[in-house]
Write a protein that binds this ligand. Sequence first.
Ligand code: NAD
Ligand code: UFG
Length: 332
Amino acid sequence: MSVLLTGGAGYIGSHTAVELLNLDKEIVIVDNFSNSKMSSIENVKKITGKDVKVYNADIRDKEGIDKIFKENNVEEVIHFAGLKAVGESTEKPLEYYDNNVNGTICLLEVMKENNVKKIIFSSSATVYGISEKLPITENMKVSAFNVYGRTKEMIEYILKDLYESDKTWSVVLLRYFNPIGAHESGLIGENPNGIPNNLMPYINKVAAGKLECLSVFGNDYDTPDGTGIRDYIHVVDLALGHVKSLEKIKNTSGVFIYNLGTGVGYSVLDIINAFEKVNNLKINYKIVSRRPGDIAVCYADATKARTELGWVTTKTLEDMCKDSWRFEQNNN
Ligand code: NAD
Ligand code: UFG
């Protein structure tokens, strides 16, 4: 019996692969390598000392995916595969709806044909849009306001409707907050192509001297230091949330929604200060105007994942900054 990881060569998928292999789970990875490299799988093998079956395939290739299901005794699917750049999604909506929404429908059709009805889906805190209250709980209304977020929201509805039509499905929707950090080995981590959009990869590039200066997008928000607040979560803690979710769907059916965050918000300046302190270096930054589409504050109430999954985060902000920088130094 194996767990199939779509997008398993990517940032979160590769860390989840490590945690599953550490528990001696059999895994199969499917990835089209549109945003990752085969070297991440090689590093997963190096970290765990275990072999991994990997297929270079697109989830929209139903025939190819069906063959993979038939060749492997797949019991559960963790569905990471997707495009994730918010800005790009606005410029290329059709590509995002095709890859994310159509890709998921293709995958679900193959799952149904092969009678595999357990799926964990990578959703995002972005589905909450501008939340009416903080911290954010799972029962708050969803109303994403960008194309990327809408693909996640649509997929959530598709999975809920699928369960309504057939109550033997077991679905976990994991709404990630802001994953950062890397495996402590420094072998796997986040390595976006080109100029990073997200805060931590950008800080890494400035620290490495590859980019000159970090732009802090606004210091006039209604927050203690004026900069935006987010719930940053170490990617290894996040990966362990998938391990717990697998246990949850093993013997139950239903749709289960969990926020995966720490429940603590940090500002942009908090992150810069922590990064400078633990890594003993200086980050060159300047305050610029707000980035369109950004919200002031976003952090999770993670009580539900704790009580229902027994999942708790253990990594600190210092761990996140130290591990991110170690990966950057090792890999670039
Ligand atoms: P990533 O880009 O590193 O990983 C995604 C992987 O999916 C990549 O390896 C890519 O090559 C693969 N892929 C994309 N389209 C595919 C397709 N059609 N067929 C097969 N493989 C395909 O991203 P990540 O940060 O690891 O994110 C994983 C998932 O979590 C994504 O669905 C993302 O939207 C979601 N998510 C990420 C974040 C974040 O901040 N990183 C936050 C919330 C949700
Ligand atoms: N920021 C800067 N300068 C930068 C980059 C970011 O000041 O160069 C600030 C942003 O304004 C924000 C914070 O740092 O206040 C975090 O920004 P990120 O771009 O790292 O993350 P976001 O919260 O905007 O979005 C991320 C992912 C989304 C996902 C969301 C989930 O990019 O895909 O987290 O909460 F949906």
